[in-house]
Design a binder for this molecule. Structure first.
Ligand code: IPD
Ligand code: CA
Ligand code: CA
Length: 276
């Protein structure tokens, strides 16, 4: 099997799962709270993850799977996840629905996100948007694509001409207030800000040059992994919001076209003057 075979399987599974999810829009869906009333999960998130696990396991019985809804299946702590990811030869990292709030409200902007790590190195990633049938994919060393066409990050170098994505996190005390402060700092300068409600989709938009950058706080590895491959293969840059290099444990991420990265790090960390 080559990386390309992996990516083809991931695309097939993402598309099938995405269509299943889309068919549930407008039907009655059981919604539950996870960590708080701002953090929701539905039976469709769980069904989508089961479907992805089953399809991947049929084709790659020896590969392990890390999915948002069932994690490692054996209760490994989120804080230990990065080390565990590095200890697996082939590990699929899955967010079955990224943008659950959009899905629940019948809004566009929910995606299926599937990445593959090899001894902790991210080697392939797929982000599928079933609403408009957009398949973003990338494999290490092979470039990034949208529906079969090569994509590249934008060439913007001025925040004044840039549209920047961000997220509105479910953790209010720690993250949402920080994003509001960030918007206070970046908002008056940039051309505009977008909050699409799917971190993976926003990473895909940066990779495709639709957004010039995107930052998001309080994420987990399954929100970022597939998009990370897209960003690096499309010529972009992914770091922590503080400018330090991206790691599997990074929760506060900044992705960009490189050109506006340095300025954004400075605006998002006003007390720190960065050389990132
Ligand atoms: C959420 C989305 C959202 C981001 C949140 C994530 P979910 O993922 O990616 O854009 O701002 O922090 O939790 O819960 O819809 O999979
Ligand atoms: Ca997510
Ligand atoms: Ca999710």
């Amino acid at each position: 099997m080559t990386n390309h075979d992996y990516i083809e399987v991931a695309q097939r599974i993402a598309r099938a799962t995405g269509l299943m999810i889309k068919e549930r829009i407008g039907t009655s869906i059981v919604v539950q709270e996870k960590a708080s009333r701002y953090d929701l999960v539905t039976e469709v998130d769980q069904a989508a993850e089961r479907m992805i696990r089953e399809l991947l396991s049929e084709i790659f019985p020896k590969h392990r799977i890390l999915g948002e809804e069932e994690a490692f299946h054996d209760g490994v702590l989120v804080s230990d996840m990065a080390e565990r990811i590095k200890s697996e030869e082939y590990l699929w990292i899955v967010d079955p629905i990224d943008g659950t709030n959009n899905f629940i409200h019948g809004l566009p902007g929910y995606t299926v996100s599937i990445a593959l790590a090899h001894w902790g190195e991210l080697i392939a990633g797929v982000v599928y948007d079933p609403t408009i049938d957009e398949m973003y994919w990338a494999e290490k060393g092979g470039g990034a694509y949208l529906n079969g066409k090569r994509i590249q990050v934008s060439t913007a170098i001025q925040l004044e001409k840039s549209i920047i994505g961000t997220g509105f996190p479910s953790n209010i005390a720690r993250d949402r207030h920080a994003v509001i402060d960030h918007i206070g700092s970046v908002g008056p300068i940039c051309l505009n800000i977008r909050v699409y409600g799917s971190a993976a989709l926003q990473l895909a938009y940066v990779a495709a040059g639709k957004l010039d950058a995107s930052w998001d706080l309080g994420l987990k590895v399954w929100d970022i992994a597939a998009g990370a491959v897209l960003i690096s293969e499309a010529g972009g840059k992914l770091t922590d919001v503080d400018g330090s290099p991206y790691a599997l444990s990074t929760e506060n991420m900044l992705a960009s076209n490189i050109g506006v990265h340095h300025d954004l790090v400075n605006h998002l960390n006003p007390k720190k003057v960065s050389s990132a």
